[in-house]
Ligand binder design. Sequence first.
Ligand SMILES: Nc1ncnc2c1ncn2[C@@H]1O[C@H](COP(=O)(O)OP(=O)(O)OP(=O)(O)O)[C@@H](O)[C@H]1O
Ligand SMILES: CC(C)(CO)[C@@H](O)C(=O)[O-]
Ligand code: BAL
Length: 279
Amino acid sequence: MIRFDTIVDLRRHLSTLRSSHKIGLVPTMGALHEGHIRLVENAKHENGLVVSTIFVNPVQFTNADDLARYPRTLETDTQKLEAAGCDIVFTPSVDEIYPESPTMRLNFGDLETLMEGAFRPGHFNGVGIIVGKLFNIIQPDRAYFGQKDLQQVAVVRRLIHDLSFPIELIRCPTIREADGLAMSSRNRNLSSDEREQAPALFQALTLAHDLLTEGQSPAQAKAAVTGFFSGNPNFRLEYVEVVNADTMQPVGEVLAPGQTAICLAAHLGRVRLIDNLVF
Ligand SMILES: Nc1ncnc2c1ncn2[C@@H]1O[C@H](COP(=O)(O)OP(=O)(O)OP(=O)(O)O)[C@@H](O)[C@H]1O
Ligand SMILES: CC(C)(CO)[C@@H](O)C(=O)[O-]
Ligand code: BAL
């Protein structure tokens, strides 16, 4: 595996390989876990060359404390990527990516006013800027994103469509711990007590899923999730929504198989966790 820190060196290297290799891109913010590794493995399976990026993107953080506490484990990350078969890792500094603070504003329409868009205003502008930059720098054939950040997948789909990037977007399944907790870099910030309680997010999603498949309405399923967390003072539920899994628009009934998503976000102590089920 080769590591690059500068855009110019990465571009030069890729220019010699582009004509003979399909390029799969796996963007990350590091603190890698099995969820990231599966993205790399999927990319390896489908492309001649896998490029992973590790960059904690300041412009997508809407909370200074969250950015300061974001886990950084660069050395073990690069070892894990190498073991997973990644060919190239791009680890730029903030100055390399943003010699000046970006002033442009991307607007993803309805996606900005729902769920993550509503509770992290400006977050998707920051995601759009960095993902657009990475698409321009690396020019991958395929880009791999996790279902855990389902609304981010919808944002990237819009970015690809609106800016005509010739890139295939691949959504990869959420990888979970044995107790159901979705793997996430932020799980490292949970205390051991909080870690024991954290599978409640998956339990709440499972409860909603079961109610919906028994014929209850999205409103009833959402009320059940709200009730589930109101009995537990350790959690602060931010939202629970039943939406179209592609558009993220709230739905009044269950859609065709694979089209409905239950999404939620909750604070557990100082850590904010998100999760979803698509069915
Ligand atoms: N459990 C998971 N299963 C599959 N993909 C995942 C999982 N967790 C993260 N990803 C994906 O990995 C990519 C990089 O995500 P990121 O580096 O932000 O990690 P993360 O674990 O989501 O961290 P955090 O949620 O704490 O920011 C994204 O496409 C994300 O959706
Ligand atoms: C896609 C991404 C790497 C952009 O910073 C980030 O939002 C993430 O890790 O999901
Ligand atoms: N995993 C999505 C990136 C973020 O939470 O900022």
